[in-house]
Ligand binder design. Structure first.
Ligand code: FES
Length: 105
């Protein structure tokens, strides 16, 4: 089973397998997001969930504080989807960049 992840503000869409974390799915789909430790410890991959149900996984309470959890923030390297989901994140879509480069050639 898989879920649809929509990433705002660009509207990029990524298919996320059950149990797969958001960051892994995005990187494999050619969408770069800020990240560093990939283990829920640094907070670099923090994103905001706008719609949907997400399991925060093994996010450290230092990297993702209770207040942030209450605000709908998750760490993309730990978070798994439990429904189709919309997030807001800093990102670079390699797919979009390919289109830009192609149109400049
Ligand atoms: S990359 Fe460090 S918490 Fe996700």
């Amino acid at each position: 089973m898989s879920y649809q992840l929509t990433i705002e503000p660009t509207g990029d869409e990524v298919e996320v397998e059950e149990g797969q974390n958001m960051l892994d799915a995005c990187l494999r789909a050619g969408i770069w997001m800020p990240h560093a430790c990939c283990h829920g410890l640094c907070g670099t991959c923090k994103v905001e969930v706008l719609e949907g149900d997400v399991d925060v996984g093994d996010a450290s309470s230092f990297a993702l504080m209770d207040m942030e959890r209450d605000e709908g923030k998750v760490l993309a390297c730990c978070a798994t989807l439990e429904s189709d989901t919309v997030i807001e994140a800093d990102q670079v879509s390699l797919r979009s960049r390919d289109v830009i480069y192609a149109s400049q050639a």
